[in-house]
Ligand binder design. Sequence first.
Ligand SMILES: [Zn+2]
Length: 144
Amino acid sequence: MDEKPDLIFTLQKAGVALPPNAERPFFVLCPFHKDRRNPNMRVDPGQGVFHCFACGAGGDAISFIGLQLFGPSFNHRDSEMFKKVLEALERYEVPKIEYRPPPRPKELNQDIVQVLTLSARVYHLALMRETSRPRELLGAERLV
Ligand SMILES: [Zn+2]
């Protein structure tokens, strides 16, 4: 488990309108760009992370405060910026909570990698043949 500042609490303090039952992932209007009609920011309360599909803003509670204070130039490795963010989190009295670590990406097993490599080679050779008709090979002609 990972202990991090509570993202939902941070969003509330920042005045982001949250759905009444903020337990499962939900979308809100992104405060980091002009998000007017369709909420573009996905918030995952289980992992304490957010991501805006329109402007790309994303991260955890620390990134959220950092973006609010410094805009897109926020860099959590900059010790001065990081200090200011921690101060803001303290001022907001954001509690730390346990988050489960993000799931590890599923690794492709060797057999699947081998099959993908072989089929890529088969298609490559077929497409590079002088007589080949790529659109036909790819089944595109049937769509027209
Ligand atoms: Zn955004």
